[in-house]
Write a protein that binds this ligand. Sequence first.
Ligand code: UD1
Length: 421
Amino acid sequence: MSEHFRVHGGARLVGEVDVVGAKNSVLKLMAAALLAEGTTTLTNCPDILDVPLMADALRSLGCEVELEGDVARITTPRELSYHADSEAMGKLRASICVLGPLVGRCKRAVVALPGGDAIGSRPLDMHQSGLEKLGAKTWIEHGCIVAEAEGLHGAQIWLDFPSMGATENILMAAVLANGTTVIDNAAREPEIVDLCLMLTQMGARIEGAGTSTLTVHGVTELKPTEHRVIGDRIVGATWGFAAAMTRGDVRVRGVNPHHLDLVLEKLRMAGAEVTVYEGEDEGFRVVMDGRPKAVDFVTLPYPGFATDNQPFAIALSAVSEGTSMITENLFEARFRFIDEMIRLGADARTDGHHAVIRGVEKLSSAPVWASDIRAGAGLVLAGLCADGATEVYEIFHIERGYPGFVENLRKLGADVERVSS
Ligand code: UD1
């Protein structure tokens, strides 16, 4: 029997919540462990299904992986299998990030084409052309991406778009290539910086982390390391939006507030009082008095407004005073979420990659279906502002990104329960 969430609207969220390690970082860092023989330890790993799936994927390549609480210990052998086409691989979008490390270590890779969220077309052309510049041949065969190289050499690579996945794969292949690689128009997301930091600790020579030009001087060998995964800025943003939408007061801990500068600025524009905390106690607090004011949002690569936060922007706009325009520049299918929001009484319409939302005073409960992690979380936030009980189905999507979501919501005062469908 499956389960769903029942969300009773009306509560004001008040209290404190801890953010776990970033999903979009931990999976790449686990893949990076393939680059060095020996035991790499990652701490602050989130308790989400993708982590044991990635562990299985690494085991199928010959690694030993131990998961204990928030610690992952990955022991990589000298000889790795380069066949990453197990069942676990096919279930993970992030499985593609083993491609770069395998090409770097084994000079060849067969990687199952990734699964993951239904948020629109996710081509791999930039991953392929980047690896080809480094000297590999790549092609698609029997549902897998195959790469082979005699040896990898440094190259100048210009990305058409600052893709996170392509930047990560090229970077992880280039660290062991012969000579210097320059990746121009590279992604600048905090998770890329986290990966660069870990690779540098492993002995890689990388300059420009966090800028759009990454320079990688290849080395012959990397060594294992211990690394703490950065806090999940998307989960942090989810709580910030939840506080603003419910006119609440929430202190969020465990995330660098500067990774959320634009999100927090948008919440201020919507009328929230936002305080940021740095150092040991890093995080932020969002206090909202009264109804949020409408704000426009445009999704762009970092430091722009993250596409993963777009459903929360739509949910906030749906209950704000005034009209908001939301522009989606990365994943066209993300607007499917709007159909579910309309079920909840949102006054919304889309035209191409723009959505116009006229805020209503209150949403109205309905059964709704999550189509991906963030859309699912967005529906729960919307349910918090609806009258009656909103049933949110397909919650396995939400649980791929939010450990203890219901428990955290309840701790903040929300009336949410998990029920058998
Ligand atoms: C990562 C994140 C995802 C986030 C996205 C954008 C993970 C596991 N997922 O996904 O949550 O929404 O970044 O911030 O980290 N593109 C191409 N060709 C390519 C590669 C990408 O055209 O070879 C396009 C994509 O279709 C998309 C854009 O580039 O429009 C950005 O994609 P990318 O940054 O690569 O996303 P992912 O790394 O897949």
